[in-house]
Design a protein around this ligand. Structure first.
Ligand SMILES: [Zn+2]
Length: 214
């Protein structure tokens, strides 16, 4: 009986180990690329997730991502958290439109708009693919997305940082966003008010997706 109990407990132990291994390997494989962490309301409290490429509300008119999960490097998440905190003190919430972007998404976007002024051609590595870059906008404290100088990926003069061609109120909002992102340690680009990078983005390697057409 003691022997049997030993065998039974051995089986339970092996079973428990298998379960732990399955859970941990599942958690590991859940990240689409090495070094990526999911952006959640736990690690970025107050963030509003509205991944445009996980919806049809993007320049292709089609869903590019299979789900609305956002992934970034740890350093990017830490800085994003600072920006979210800063904006919340001013009565705003930060909305994440895009984060890490796999290579296949870059190809789909390029096919829809093959213009090197606004998109990185698939032959080059986009900043978003490094997990260091974000597309962001503002919402009010209830999460209602606010009107800004232009829509996401609206590639025209309204999107650039010369806000002389947009209403003053909208220019002011874009500047509030820009100040919060710069204070948190990001840099911007002149042609897209919504795009921000870690200042040392060039020192990070691109992250390839697992199981994706990368
Ligand atoms: Zn971007």
């Amino acid at each position: 009986m003691i022997f049997l109990n030993g065998r039974v407990s051995g089986v339970i132990l092996v079973g428990a180990c298998c379960l732990v291994w399955m859970i941990s390997s599942w958690a590991w494989s859940a990240a689409p690329g090495e070094g990526l962490i999911e952006v959640t309301s736990e690690n970025v409290p107050g963030v509003v997730l509205d991944l445009r490429y996980a919806s049809e509300r993007n320049i292709t008119g089609k869903k590019i991502y299979s789900d609305g999960h956002a992934w970034l490097r740890r350093e990017t998440i830490q800085k994003l958290t600072k920006a979210v905190r800063d904006l919340s003190e001013k009565g705003y919430r930060l909305v994440l439109w895009d984060a890490w972007r796999p290579g296949y998404a870059q190809k789909v976007l390029w096919a829809a708009k093959p213009d090197g002024r606004f998109l990185t051609p698939p032959s080059k590595i986009s900043r978003h693919r490094r997990g260091t870059s974000v597309d962001v906008t503002l919402a009010d404290k209830n999460g209602k997305i606010l009107e800004m100088p232009s829509d996401h990926d609206e590639f025209n003069a309204k999107a650039d940082e010369d806000f002389s061609d947009v209403p003053k109120e909208l220019a002011k909002r874009a500047r509030i966003l820009r100040n919060a992102m710069f204070s948190a340690g990001f840099s911007g680009v002149p042609d897209e008010w919504w795009h921000y990078d870690l200042r040392d983005w060039g020192s990070y390697e691109p992250i390839n997706g697992k199981g994706l057409r990368d």
